[in-house]
Design a protein around this ligand. Structure first.
Ligand SMILES: [Zn+2]
Length: 110
């Protein structure tokens, strides 16, 4: 009986000891994993920020070129109205051209 008890106690102690070691190493591993995850998350966040900044720059550049394009859609002349130069705008809107011409003549001759 005593022999069995001893072995049982020994087994119990051994189990506890192993568990203690295991939990220690597990905690260390999980700690390492946690810091690794934090590092990778930080890297991802900085990458996302960088991507967002690049996207914002590209978008603003596109908007600037779209809004500030000073050349006609049909030729390289300066834009007069609706993204067209005076020549092509009048071509697309002949009545307005006549009106502008009339007002121009009125300005010229009073
Ligand atoms: Zn044009």
């Amino acid at each position: 009986m005593t022999g069995q008890k001893k072995t049982l106690v020994a087994c119990y102690v051994e189990k506890k000891y192993n568990q203690g070691i295991r939990t220690d190493t597990d905690e260390k591993q999980s700690n390492n994993q946690r810091t690794d995850n934090q590092n990778s998350q930080r890297k991802e966040e900085t990458m996302k920020k960088k991507i967002m900044i690049v996207l914002a720059l590209v978008l603003s550049a596109c908007m600037l070129t779209a809004c500030g394009s000073s050349t006609c859609k049909k030729c390289d002349n300066e834009v007069y109205k609706d993204g067209l130069c005076q020549e092509h705008y009048y071509e697309a809107h002949p009545l307005e051209a006549l009106g502008d011409l009339a007002s121009g003549l009125k300005d010229l001759f009073g």
